[in-house]
Design a protein around this ligand. Structure first.
Ligand code: AP5
Length: 216
C-alpha cells in the first residue's frame, strides 16, 4: 500500500505513521526525519537544509525532490507511507511525474485536520530521543521518567524548530505552501479527511477505519 499522509505541523503525521508501519508492514518515509539525519551526519544536504529548517521555512524543492525520489524508488514492494512530502504543489507534481515513470502510483491520500491552537500546544510540548528517535509529549504522551527515553534512557531534547516563535512561521508556511497540496490532490482524486484534534487513540481509530476499508 502506498499512502500520502498530509497535515499541518504537529497534526500527528509522525505519530500515526509509526502506527501505520506496524499494522501494514510498509516503510515510513519522512522528509523531516531524513533531513534531520543528514544534518546529524553533517552532509552537504544537511548543511544546506539547516537554516531553512531552523527558521520554519521550506527547504528548496530541488533538494527535496531529488532526496525523496531516491527514497521512494528504493522502497520495497510492500509500499510506504509518505510523511511531510509532498509539501508544495511543485513537489506533488514531481512525485506524480516520477511515479508515472514507474509501475505504481499512490493508493490513498489522507489529510489530518487539526486546529492551530492544538498545533502550538502539541509542538511546544514535544520532546524527542536523540538516540532512537522516539517522540513524546510532556503532557499528552509523557515518558515514564520525566525527560528520559523509555527505550534507551537517553536524555530527551526539544527540536530547535519547536519553539513558539518558529511554530508561528511553520504554520504560516503550511497555509501558504502546503495547504494548496491538499487542493491539488482534491482536484484529482479522493482525499480522506480525518479529524486529528482528539487524543492519539481516537485519531488512530478514525484513521484505521479508513485505511482498513481501503486496503480490503
Ligand atoms: P517535519 O519534521 O516534517 O515537521 P512538520 O511537518 O512540521 O511535522 P512535525 O514533525 O512537527 O509534526 P507531526 O505532524 O509529525 O507531529 P507528531 O506526530 O510529531 O519538517 C521539519 C522541517 O523540515 C520543515 O519545517 C522544513 O524546513 C523541512 N522539510 C521537511 N519536509 C520538507 C519538504 N517536503 N519540503 C521542504 N522542506 C521540508 O506530533 C507532535 C506532538 O504532538 C508530539 O509530541 C506527539 O506526541 C503529540 N501528538 C501527536 N498526536 C497527538 C494526539 N492525537 N493527541 C495528543 N498529542 C498528540
Amino acid at each position: 500500500m502506498r499512502v500520502v499522509l498530509l497535515g499541518a505541523p504537529g497534526a500527528g503525521k509522525g505519530t500515526h505513521c509509526r502506527r501505520i508501519v506496524s499494522q501494514y508492514d510498509v516503510l515510513h518515509l519522512s522528509s523531516g526525519d531524513i533531513l534531520r539525519r543528514e544534518r546529524a551526519e553533517g552532509t552537504d544536504l544537511g548543511k544546506q537544509a539547516q537554516s531553512y529548517m531552523d527558521s520554519g521555512t521550506l527547504v528548496p524543492d530541488g533538494l527535496i525532490v531529488e532526496m525523496m525520489s531516491k527514497a521512494v524508488k528504493a522502497a520495497p514492494g510492500a509500499g510506504y507511507v509518505l510523511d511531510g512530502f509532498p509539501r508544495t504543489v511543485n513537489q506533488a507534481e514531481a512525485l506524480d511525474q516520477s511515479l508515472a515513470d514507474g509501475e505504481s502510483g499512490i493508493d490513498v491520500v489522507i489529510n489530518l485536520q487539526v486546529d492551530d491552537d492544538v498545533v502550538v500546544e502539541r509542538i511546544t510540548g514535544r520532546r524527542s530521543c536523540p538516540k532512537c528517535g522516539a517522540v513524546y509529549h510532556v503532557k499528552n504522551m509523557p515518558p515514564k521518567q520525566e525527560g528520559i527515553c523509555d527505550h534507551d534512557r537517553a536524555e530527551l531534547v526539544q527540536r530547535p524548530d519547536d519553539t513558539a516563535d518558529v511554530v508561528k512561521n511553520r504554520l504560516a508556511t503550511y497555509y501558504e505552501q502546503t495547504k494548496p497540496v491538499v487542493d491539488y490532490y482534491k482536484a484529482k482524486r479522493t482525499v480522506h479527511d480525518v479529524d486529528a484534534n482528539g487524543d492519539a487513540d481516537a485519531v488512530a481509530a478514525l484513521l484505521f477505519e479508513k485505511l482498513d476499508a481501503l486496503s480490503n
